[in-house]
Design a protein around this ligand. Structure first.
Ligand code: MG
Length: 228
């Protein structure tokens, strides 16, 4: 079970907050997922949208972003703050989504800054990368061939993913209904298979029946009950 944007649906909490990461650990999730952008001055920040309250991440410095708060009052976490908190929970994976960026230059900046920071903090074994961008996945592997990288977009077959050298597929669950052989096929190629974002019991159950490896959800406690 992977908590989507952390386990955020609890009191005094917000998506992609430090509190949501703490709660993922409290309920013993396999992983806590979060989204990342790089600012114009090279600070990695945790947030889902390309802008926060109208302030665009990629084209503004962190000094503008740090003035903004999440709905639980936390400031927007930097990735350094987030990973430093996550390092306290060695059994919790940090599922690090690099968002598509507007320019190729920014893609290279976000990938290199990410790999450097993860190495500096000593959390390489605790971080697993995901992205909708094939190019970002390729860049992550190019600069660190040991990276665990799953592709999100769903437009490539398990065989194509294997050929690219990615370690897994992480697709919208509807794609596994349209392509009912993909879970087994991917697993037989040695790929890890995950589905997002599965919030209904019947959809979770279908995937569990097919022995999927991981499910990303906004309803982690419901999924845990089904797994048990
Ligand atoms: Mg995400």
């Amino acid at each position: 079970m992977i908590a989507h944007r952390g386990y955020w649906d609890t009191p005094n909490n917000a998506q992609n907050s430090i509190q949501s990461l703490k709660m993922s650990n409290t309920i013993k999730a396999y992983g806590s997922e979060f989204d990342v952008y790089i600012t114009s001055d090279g600070v990695l920040v945790v947030h889902h949208d390309a802008d926060i309250q109208g302030v665009d991440m990629e084209s503004n410095p962190y000094s503008l972003i740090e003035k903004l708060s999440l709905k639980n009052g936390e400031t927007i976490p930097t990735v350094e703050q987030y990973l430093t908190e996550g390092k306290k929970y060695p059994n919790l994976k940090m599922i690090y989504e690099i968002k598509p960026h507007k320019t190729e230059e920014n893609v290279k900046r976000v990938v290199l800054a990410t790999l450097e920071l993860v190495k500096k903090l000593g959390v390489e074994d605790q971080v697993e990368y995901i992205s909708f961008s094939k190019y970002i996945c390729e860049q992550l592997l190019k600069h660190n061939p040991k990276s665990h990288v799953s592709y999100l977009k769903g437009d490539l077959t398990p065989t194509e993913i294997k050929q690219l050298g990615f370690t897994g597929i992480d697709y919208h669950f509807s794609l596994f209904e349209k392509n009912p052989t993909w879970i087994k096929e991917a697993q037989s190629l040695g790929l890890i298979v995950n589905a997002w974002t599965v919030n209904k019991e019947k959809d979770m159950q279908k995937l569990l029946n097919q022995n999927i490896d991981y499910i990303t959800t906004d309803q982690p406690e419901l999924l845990q009950k089904l797994i048990q």
